[in-house]
Design a protein around this ligand. Structure first.
Ligand SMILES: Nc1ncnc2c1ncn2[C@@H]1O[C@H](COP(=O)(O)OP(=O)(O)O)[C@@H](O)[C@H]1O
Ligand SMILES: [Mg+2]
Length: 298
C-alpha cells in the first residue's frame, strides 16, 4: 500500500519524466540506431538469468567495463525491450535525488499533495511536501514488486563512495526481490567488495566485452554508408583498444573519406596509412610515441 496521502498528482502540478523523452519504442535515442552487438546479448541473458532464478536466490547483477565499451547503449536497448526502469546516476545525486528520479521514471509522484479551502473561500489550494526517502523506498519497492519490471541503474560508480546509497539499493532489492542491474566502470566489482552484505547478493557479474570483428560488422552499416571489407574492420578493431565508441568514430570518419575519394568500398589497401583514431594523443616523434605506448624507459 502506498503511504497515506500519496496519490496521483493534481492537475496543474506536473512532473516531467527526465529520461523518457530520450527513448522511443524502437531504438534508444530517436537519432541513434542500435547495433545488435555482443554486449546486448550479454545484458539480455544476464537479465534472463536474474528473472528466472530459483526462488530465494538474490537478483542483483553488475555490468562493468571501461568507458566506451557500449554498456549504456546495451542497457538502454535491453531496458526498452523489457520495459525495465532505467536510471543514469549523476555525480551530485544523494539518496533523495536517486529515489525521486526512480519514482519519476516509474511515473509516480514524489510529493504528498493535499488541498485545503482557499482563504477567499472560493476553490481549493494545493499544498504539499516531498516524500521522505523512507516513503519513497516503500513506493519504489512496491512498484517494482507489483510491476515485475527490472530496475537498471547506470553509472553506479557514483554510489560506491558512501555506504548510504549502496545500502539503499540493497533495501530496494530486499523489499522488491526484483531483478536489478547496476553498471559502472571496470573497477566497480572491486569497489563493491567494501560492502560485503551487498557484494554477497550479486548473482551475476557481467564483464562488458571488448568490440569484436562480428560487432564491427553490425556497427558498420549504421555509421558508414559505404561497404567495409573485413580487413578494414579488423584494422579498426585492432586500434580500438576494445572500445565500441572508437570503432564508431572511425567508421564515421571513413564514410567521409570514402565520399571525398569516390570509393564504393573501403578496404585496408585503399585506406593505406591514413590515420585511425585510437583514443591516444598524437605523438610528434619517437620519444613521444614511446610515452603514448607506455614503453618509455625511465
Ligand atoms: N550497440 C550499439 N549500436 C550503435 N552504437 C553503439 C552501440 N554501442 C555503443 N555505441 C556507440 O558507442 C558510444 C559509446 O557507448 P556507451 O554505451 O556510451 O559506452 P559506455 O556506457 O560503456 O561508456 C555510443 O555513444 C555510441 O555512439
Ligand atoms: Mg555509460
Amino acid at each position: 500500500m502506498p503511504p497515506e496521502g500519496v496519490g496521483p498528482l493534481r492537475e496543474g502540478i506536473t512532473q516531467r519524466p527526465i529520461l523518457q523523452h530520450k527513448r522511443n519504442s524502437v531504438g534508444i535515442l530517436p537519432h541513434m540506431k542500435t547495433a545488435n552487438i555482443h554486449n546486448l546479448t550479454l545484458v539480455r541473458s544476464a537479465l534472463e538469468e536474474l528473472t528466472g532464478r530459483a526462488g530465494g536466490l538474490p537478483s542483483l547483477g553488475v555490468l562493468y567495463g571501461p568507458a566506451g565499451y557500449g554498456k549504456s547503449t546495451a542497457l538502454l536497448a535491453v531496458a526498452n525491450a523489457t520495459r525495465a526502469y532505467y536510471i543514469q546516476m549523476r555525480s551530485v545525486w544523494n539518496a533523495k535525488a536517486l529515489m525521486q528520479k526512480i519514482l519519476i521514471e516509474m511515473g509516480l509522484p514524489t510529493k504528498v499533495v493535499r488541498t485545503r479551502k482557499s482563504k477567499t473561500g472560493e476553490g481549493e489550494t494545493a499544498f504539499g511536501r516531498d516524500l521522505t526517502v523512507a516513503e519513497m523506498l516503500d513506493q519504489v519497492g512496491t512498484q517494482l514488486a507489483a510491476s515485475r519490471r527490472p530496475l537498471i541503474i547506470d553509472e553506479f560508480d557514483y554510489c560506491v563512495g558512501g555506504a548510504g546509497m549502496v545500502e539503499l539499493v540493497r533495501d530496494i532489492h530486499e523489499i522488491s526481490q526484483a531483478p536489478i542491474i547496476l553498471s559502472g566502470e571496470e573497477h566497480l566489482p572491486l569497489k563493491l567488495q567494501r560492502w560485503e552484505r551487498f557484494h554477497g547478493r550479486v548473482l551475476s557479474w557481467i564483464a562488458a566485452a571488448p568490440v569484436s570483428l562480428a560487432d564491427a560488422r553490425e556497427l558498420a552499416p549504421i555509421y558508414c554508408n559505404v561497404a567495409c571489407a573485413d580487413d578494414f574492420l579488423e584494422l579498426l578493431v585492432d586500434k580500438s583498444g576494445g572500445s565500441v565508441r572508437r570503432v564508431c568514430v572511425n567508421l564515421s570518419a571513413a564514410e567521409q573519406v570514402a565520399a571525398d575519394s569516390g570509393w564504393r568500398k573501403i578496404d585496408a589497401k585503399a585506406w593505406g596509412d591514413r590515420p585511425i583514431y585510437s583514443g591516444k594523443p598524437a605523438a610528434r616523434n619517437e620519444r613521444e610515441q614511446a610515452i603514448v605506448d607506455g614503453t618509455k624507459k625511465s
